[in-house]
Design a protein around this ligand. Structure first.
Ligand code: HXC
Length: 304
């Protein structure tokens, strides 16, 4: 079978963390079949963790699990579930406990996105993204909390930076018309002066703000039980489905990074490294926080 899409292997040799950091620990990751969450899972496995990856497409999960085990030598359980359906999540948790006996870490990463103006986002479309991102996070917390309490473990929620400030979407390039809500659109259709909201991302902005709030409350309520909860807010991460959905190919989208502190897009390894740190004992006094991993673009909010 061909390798799964949106794969950025995390090389062993580049890690600055101890190889057995998470030995004996178990990760439960929604959205782990591909992209950023797959990379986060691989990094945890490369540092000794076993993992359950959860998603809607079983064949992709099975292929990913096979590849991750081959790359890391750790066990990986592929489990089909839809984060919008609590019963399927509970079943995935039960299978994890049956196989591994515990859950230490949870990544709430399942997400959905597309570009559309408010007028083009139907009630069902808005609800769908909130159900995947926000309700899906709530459902995952509810399904796992008892086990994470037992292990005094931690959560990482994958958010975005779209709702912290207005972003002049990097996807738009004057010479590259793209498809937006089933019509062609160019940079001239946009208002580049937006500074308080990211256009065409009303659904995801609302959904991820909810995710941030869920994480903060979880941190406060569960802190006394030894559970930590933090958010990673990825900026533009190259080679992921999210970026593909927001940026047309071959647009020279890098042009907008010239003014950013790091002058580049991120890669999955950047998110993976932040994940290892936040789950490690080195972060034991960090909870209820949002960590943007975006090359510093968050600091440029007023300049977009
Ligand atoms: C407007 C759209 C649309 C679009 C779908 N819809 N695509 N509306 N513009 N481009 C509408 C549909 O018409 C429908 O509404 C409603 O959304 C639900 O669509 P379905 O296809 O029936 O839902 P479903 O199959 O559950 O798919 C959910 C999805 C899809 C979110 C629409 O895109 C998906 O499965 N995505 C998962 C993968 C993904 O998006 N990964 C990227 C995450 S990146 P009506 O009214 O017609 O019924 C990310 C980070 C963002 O989240 C930050 C990056 C920087």
């Amino acid at each position: 079978m061909a390798p799964t899409a949106y794969v950025q292997p995390i090389a062993d040799s580049t890690s600055v963390f101890k190889a057995d950091l998470f030995k004996g620990k178990v990760l439960f990751c929604t959205g782990g079949g591909s992209g950023i969450c797959r990379g986060m899972t691989e990094a945890m496995m490369r540092h000794g963790a076993k993992a359950t990856i959860v998603g809607r497409k079983l064949d992709r999960l099975q292929q990913t699990a096979k590849e991750l085990t081959a790359a890391t030598g750790q066990e990986c359980l592929p489990t089909q579930a839809d984060v919008r359906q609590p019963a399927t999540l509970k079943e995935a948790v039960a299978k994890t406990i049956e196989k591994f006996g515990r859950i230490d870490f949870v990544i709430c990463g399942a997400a959905g996105n597309f570009l559309a103006p408010i007028s083009g986002v139907s009630e069902n479309a808005f609800k769908t993204v909130l159900e995947i991102d926000t309700m899906g996070t709530y459902n995952t917390i509810k399904a796992t909390i008892e086990h994470v309490r037992a292990s005094k473990g931690a959560y990482i929620h994958v958010s975005a930076t779209l709702h912290y400030n207005g972003q002049y979407l990097f996807s738009y390039h004057p010479s590259s018309p793209i498809s937006l809500h089933r019509k062609k659109l160019t940079i001239s259709d946009l208002d580049p002066s937006c500074s308080t909201g990211t256009p065409y991302q009303v659904h995801v902005s609302a959904a991820k703000a909810g995710v941030d709030a869920l994480s903060a409350v979880l941190a406060v309520e569960e802190g006394p039980h030894g559970v930590r909860s933090n958010v990673i807010a990825p900026g533009p991460i190259a080679g992921t489905e999210g970026m593909d959905r927001l940026t047309p190919k071959n647009t020279g989208a890098d042009h907008v990074y010239h003014g950013h502190p790091t002058g580049r897009q991120g890669d999955v390894k950047d998110i993976a490294n932040a994940t290892i740190f936040l789950f490690s004992p080195a972060a034991s006094y960090i909870t209820g926080q949002v960590l943007p991993v975006d090359g510093g673009s968050e600091h440029l909010r007023s300049q977009f």
